[in-house]
Design a protein around this ligand. Structure first.
Ligand code: NAP
Length: 318
């Protein structure tokens, strides 16, 4: 692995990544900040002076997180906003409110996600994992792009997963209309989409100082496992080749924070990061590290962008 010059690795924490970094004057937006990795990412960025906007589905829960951040940071500027990524009207309404208040955004962390849930659909009829994890964030990012360009240098972080190794984007049947629903394939497809979005955003916006990254945070016990059955834990253990190393939330959010701030990444993007490093392509069967080449494929990234525009019913001339 390459890219970190500070000896960071699996157990590095958010605070270690941010040591000596001043985020004063920067605005950060973190989706899915009601707990888990999102709340820690927001806390860490705020602790270094960033103004932070948290998006949550449950405002009461979000306000508790925001209060906790204010207390732990000596009154950082934290706003909390409602956003349901499985409802494109909610994404549009949030983006409108955000843009009315802010014309410049430096850090967008597309963190919210669902994993391995039973078959379901978003309000707009899309398969739940693709609709929430990818399409909601695609629309959000497209709508906020003017603020990212206005705030450049800016960074967009897609919180993907090693789970992307379980499926490319199956363009012929994204919605599981023709094939039987398989929850891990659906999660994998949505997490590959997160990486392809970073690749295409980099191509479209990199020259304007907006760089995009996809990250795997590690394996962290959070509420993400809410849909997992005992056999799913076995599935995860098997896929890790029996070498499952858990992370704390502080280490799990470290790669997001590294992507958002690392001087080592200045001026480049379209990269997949894990353990605070740039990961290498790894197509070996059973591989547990690295990124599949299908997830970095520029043609698939362009195709996903135009398919996503069609699905959300809105084009972005970026
Ligand atoms: N934990 C891991 O081991 C791991 C590994 C690889 C990748 N990841 C990725 O890391 C990210 C964060 O996960 P986590 O581990 O912190 O899990 P988490 O604690 O379950 O947090 C997920 C967040 O996403 C929000 N969310 C879910 N569905 C949403 C929707 N439809 N609209 C808006 N927000 C929604 C949740 O809000 P509510 O509280 O309202 O549900 C919550 O704030 C996810 O993208 C996940 O795929 C995690």
């Amino acid at each position: 692995m390459t890219g970190s010059t500070r000896g960071f690795g699996h157990d590095t924490t958010t605070d270690e990544v941010l040591e000596g970094i001043d985020l004063g004057g920067r605005l950060a937006l973190v989706t899915g900040a009601s707990g888990g990795l999102g709340a820690e990412t927001a806390r860490a960025l705020a602790s270094k002076g960033a103004r932070v906007v948290l998006t949550v589905r449950d405002l009461a829960r979000g306000e508790e997180v925001a209060d906790g951040i204010r207390k732990s940071t000596g009154n950082a500027s934290v706003e909390c906003e409602e956003l349901e990524l499985g409802d494109l009207a909610s994404v549009r309404a949030f983006a409108e409110r955000f843009l009315a208040r802010h014309d410049a955004l430096q850090i967008l962390v597309n963190n919210a996600g669902v994993m391995a849930c039973p078959f379901g659909r978003t309000s707009d009829g899309f398969e739940l994992q693709f609709g929430t994890n990818h399409l909601g964030h695609f629309l959000l990012t497209g709508l906020l792009a003017p603020a990212l360009v206005g705030g450049a240098p800016a960074r967009v972080i897609s919180v993907s997963s090693r789970g992307h190794q379980q499926s490319p984007v199956v363009f012929e049947d994204i919605g599981f209309e023709e094939r039987a629903y398989e929850k891990w394939a659906a999660y994998g497809q949505s997490k590959t989409a997160n990486i392809l979005l970073a690749v295409e955003l980099e191509r479209r916006l990199g020259a304007r100082g907006v760089h995009a990254y996809a990250i795997h945070p590690g394996v962290i016990p959070t509420d993400l496992s809410r849909h997992m059955e005992p056999e799913d834990f076995e599935h995860v253990r098997r896929r890790s080749g029996g070498r499952l190393r858990l992370k704390t939330v502080e280490s799990g959010a470290a790669t997001s924070v590294w992507a958002a701030t690392a001087p080592e990444l200045e001026g480049r993007g379209g990269l997949y990061l894990e353990d605070c490093h740039v990961a290498e392509v790894n197509d070996a069967e059973g591989a547990t590290e690295g990124v599949r080449s299908y997830a970095l494929d520029p043609d698939a990234a362009r195709r996903l962008w135009s398919v996503s525009e069609e699905l959300v019913g809105q084009g972005f001339a970026l």
